[in-house]
Design a protein around this ligand. Sequence first.
Ligand code: FMN
Length: 207
Amino acid sequence: MTFSDEERESFVRLMRWRRDVRHFETTPIEPAITAQLQLAMEMAPSVGNARPWRVFQVESAAKRQAVHRNFLQANAAALAVQAPQRQHQYAQLKLEGIERAPLQLAIFTNTNPSEGHGLGRHSIAVSLQHSTAMAVQNLNLLARAHGLGVGMVTVLDAAAMASLFEVPAEWQFSLYLCIGVPQFTDDLPLLHRKNWQENVLHPWQVC
Ligand SMILES: Cc1cc2nc3c(=O)[nH]c(=O)nc-3n(C[C@H](O)[C@H](O)[C@H](O)COP(=O)(O)O)c2cc1C
C-alpha cells in the first residue's frame, strides 16, 4: 500500500487538528460511526497481541452523574495540591465534558490477560497500559476524521471507577473519554491557549 503526498499531508493535518476537546455540542453520534470507532481501537498494536483494553459505552444517566461526581471530588483534591500561586488558574480550567458529550467511554486495562501469554510484558508490565493508550489514539484520530472531538479525563479516582463499573480486580481504570462534535476547533492545546503549559519541543538526542 502506498500513500500520495496529498494523503500524507491530510494525515499530518489530522494530527495537528486532533486537539483534546472539553466543549461539546450535544448532537448525537450515529451508531455506525460509534461502530467504526470501536473498530479503530481493535486495529491498534498491543504487547503480545494481548489487546488488554476493556471498554464500557456509558449510556446510563445515573452512571454519567456518578462519574461526574467522581470528577468533582477528584478535581477538588487535585486543586488542593496545586502550588498556591497556580490554584486560582487551575480552578478556571475546564478539564472534562462529562455533562454534554453524547458518547462516553470508560476504559479499563486488563492487567493479567490470558491473550498474549505474557509475551513482552514480563519486564515492563506497564506495556499493557501503553497498549490501551495506543488503541485510544487510534480512536482519537478516526473520531477527528469524522469531525468529532475526544476529551480524555483522568481527573478521576480509579478505585471508585472500578467499583462503579464493578470490574474484576485485575482490571485497572485507564481513562474516561468524552466524544462529540466540538463547539470550536483549534490548532493549539487548550492548556497552551489558557497559558497553563505551552508546547515545549524536547529535541531528540542523537547518540
Ligand atoms: C493520558 C491523558 C490523560 C489526560 N487527562 C486529562 C484530563 O483529565 N483533563 C483534561 O482536561 N485533559 C486531559 N488530557 C488532555 C491533555 O491535557 C492534552 O492532551 C494536552 O494539554 C495537550 O493538548 P492537546 O491534546 O490538545 O494537544 C489528558 C491527556 C492524556 C494523554
